[in-house]
Design a protein around this ligand. Sequence first.
Ligand SMILES: [Zn+2]
Ligand SMILES: [Zn+2]
Length: 373
Amino acid sequence: MTRSRTGTAAVLREVGGALQRTEIVCNELRPDELLVRMVGAGICHTDLSVMEGVVPVPLPVVLGHEGAGVVIERGSAVTSLEVGDHVVLSFDACRACRACQRGLPGYCTHARALNYACARSDGTTTLRDATGPVHGGWFGQSSLASIALASERNAVRVPRSNELALLAPLGCGIQTGAGTVLRALKPSPGQGIAIFGAGAVGAGALMAAVAARCSPIVVIDPLPSRRQLALELGATHALAPDEVGERSSGLRKVLGGTLDFCVDTVGTQAVITQALNALGAPGVCATLALRGGANPVSISQTHLLYGRTLVGVIEGDADPHTFIPELVRMWRAGQLPLERVIQTFPFDRLDEALAKMRDGSVVKPVLTFGGIE
Ligand SMILES: [Zn+2]
Ligand SMILES: [Zn+2]
């Protein structure tokens, strides 16, 4: 056993059960793989969905798909990354299929196998513990662990920083929200946007909308603390869902005009109805939430007919290899105040981080694993 390939991971053994901190070993690297010592790992709602059984994966498994860390070993075929590089781990994509070649790896033909199978293509697992194989490779990383196995495909080099842990949520949540605005909707300055839900994805969308000089920017969230934070981050209005109303008349009254864009981070019939009713003509509503299963919603074809679009967006339509460096530049320029939405927790306070994410008191918990060195 190579000592540097041992670590501690949060292992899910049964749906509905707690994550158990367990000593694990990363198996021998394949030529295209990397071993990353984790510095920070965000928790995303999709991780909670697995814990609740909404998204089925093989067990036991290590979750976590917003890792940031330092490369400590690389496979023989890895050429673009060096040992010692700081990396943010994002979702996995084959980089070769039609969608990947078009620069839209979120829609990779092999996305399900690469992100949800939690095993290599030959069925082998990347991790083991004292009792046997453990599934790794969740989103090509399984980063709720002090070490993780990833690849060049989903590891994005970022400038070396003592604040590397803060960059972890660029791998999924912040990328999804910010990418939806900057890559999918592409607003011009002065265009109006409403963002439904002020969790991490909504916060990413808000920061991007502020950077893109959208106006007005309306954030809708049931939690007063999140509405307050939205205003501090640059929203022009922050409303509770019942202030919007099903027909969104409350929203239109506040704005005195129409909206060009809506971002739905909730994914329910009620919110999609509100968002579409709030849209001007023409207008685009992006829906982002992963609810699991079919999740049917009904919409008015007549309403859409007037130039309105409802579009689903995965991972912000972004290619992490170009978009994450762009987000890092925005963060360094003060346009992406990640520290305002992130609270860090040492890995041994995992249960507290999960509880505070569930009750909404923390927007984005990031677990930390002992610093850069
Ligand atoms: Zn692909
Ligand atoms: Zn995610």
